[in-house]
Design a protein around this ligand. Structure first.
Ligand code: SF4
Length: 421
């Protein structure tokens, strides 16, 4: 049997998709690199914004033109399955996001008209980086968020299970573990005696082996309550000095309307504490532009905040009303407003990010090669997860000294350091 698995969206979705693929391979299923010639295709959908939902439906139709059977899961199931229309539904199984671990059994139990899978585990292409999902769902109630509706309340994975998944991945040669969830700092809120995110990070860091840990996005609201403990975990040698902290707006009025649960001052305080502890910290943040009711002054406040904080990475998204969310009932900003604001923010972002990255030019740093790029290039990561593009390809996983010769707004340009550097 051959099955193709395709995932879209956040690190958590990719983590869940690759977990399905590993389980299928362990059951003797050939996990195919493309949809050609497969018995079934699995689509792990993302529903974060409207245009992405439309793209998922088109992707389902495309997979259905080749695969005799399609399984659809991810954030659009079950809330948005009505969007998948037409005769392909007869050859489609929709598996709710919280039941996606049942998909390998569903495909291999032989009942679904599919050939039995020989029970001999099959190897999967080795991965250098792998997502480890530490929790399902979220504790917050952000007014625009579809993911919280799709994934439900927080369900933290027990620390021992996380540590054993990490050990299993390291044993398979994985060199970068990406701890992921909708809000990693919410880990443990449903397990009051189990500690918090810092305990998870320390437990994974204790796993023997030569690897690095990247901790996924977290809300300022949840991090605030355990900041010192988390910063001490971030000091673990295996952990990238990387903090992904979506702020979403620089206006307290908009943050309140979004029900984010923190203020701009809270965000600035977290960033200041983290940068005091780690002056080389790589700060990544997310911003939503065009939220209903956002004024020119609110937008200007967001630009001022980005200028003041100067994150190395800023992801800008235009507000998209998602069905079932409170924000979907609000009056949108005027036509073209979100587009204009996201453009001006993109310019501001490039300016501040480049300013931050140019500080690295002329320095020699240790970096780890974690992926290959186009035209024979490689991407190495500094200890703070900043990407350095190298002109040639040392072995994946290799750690080497690199000389930084240039900077763009989202990555550095470097080369293996020589004795003269
Ligand atoms: S913290 Fe993130 S995942 Fe949770 S509700 Fe808010 S936006 Fe959604």
């Amino acid at each position: 049997m051959r099955v193709y698995v395709e995932s879209f969206g956040c690190a958590q979705n990719h983590g869940e998709g690759s977990a399905i693929a590993r389980d299928l391979a362990a059951r003797g299923v050939a996990v195919a690199p493309t949809v050609d010639g497969v018995d079934a295709a699995v689509l792990v959908t993302c529903g974060v914004i409207g245009p992405t939902e439309a793209r998922m439906v088109r992707r389902w139709e495309a997979l259905g033109r080749t695969a005799p059977r399609v399984v659809v899961t991810g954030c659009l199931v079950p809330l948005r399955t009505a969007q998948f229309r037409g005769p392909l539904r007869e050859r489609t199984t929709f598996v709710p996001i919280r039941d996606q671990a049942t998909i390998p059994a569903l495909l291999t139990d032989g009942a679904g008209g599919l050939p039995d899978a020989p029970p001999t585990p099959l190897p999967l292409a080795p991965a250098v980086a792998e997502e480890i999902v530490i929790a399902q769902g979220c504790t917050s109630g952000c007014a625009y968020c579809f993911s919280r509706l799709a994934r439900g309340p927080i369900a933290s994975v027990p620390i021992d299970a996380i540590a054993s998944r990490a050990a299993d991945a390291v044993a398979r040669g994985v060199r970068e573990l990406r701890l992921t969830g909708l809000d990693t700092a919410a880990w443990g809120f449903d397990r009051p005696t189990s500690g918090g995110l810092a305990d998870v990070v320390r437990a994974v860091a204790r796993v023997p082996g030569d690897f690095r840990i990247r901790v996924g996005m977290m809300s300022p609201q949840r991090l605030l309550g355990a900041l010192d403990d988390y910063l001490s975990a971030l000091a673990e040698p295996k952990v990238f000095r990387f903090l992904h902290l979506p702020v979403q707006s620089g206006s307290d009025r908009v943050l309140a309307a979004m029900r984010r649960g923190y203020t701009v001052t809270d965000f600035e305080r977290v960033v200041a504490s983290a940068r005091t502890r780690f002056p080389e910290l790589h700060l990544a943040t997310d911003v939503i532009v065009g939220y209903p009711g956002e004024t020119e002054e609110d937008h200007a406040a967001t630009e001022r905040l980005l200028d003041a904080v100067a994150p190395e990475t800023v992801n800008v998204t235009r507000f998209s009303p998602r069905p079932g969310t409170p924000a979907a009932r609000l009056a949108p900003v005027g036509p073209g407003v979100a587009k204009r604001r996201s453009r001006s923010l993109a310019v501001a972002r490039q300016r501040t990010a480049r300013r931050r990255l140019e500080r690295w030019i002329g320095r020699t740093e240790t970096a780890r090669v974690l992926e290959y790029g186009p035209q024979g290039s490689a991407v190495a990561r500094l200890d703070n997860y900043l990407p350095v593009v190298l002109p040639r390809r040392p072995p994946l996983g290799a750690e080497l000294a690199v000389r930084v010769d240039g900077a763009r707004s989202s990555y550095l340009i470097g080369r293996p350091a020589s004795a003269d550097d």
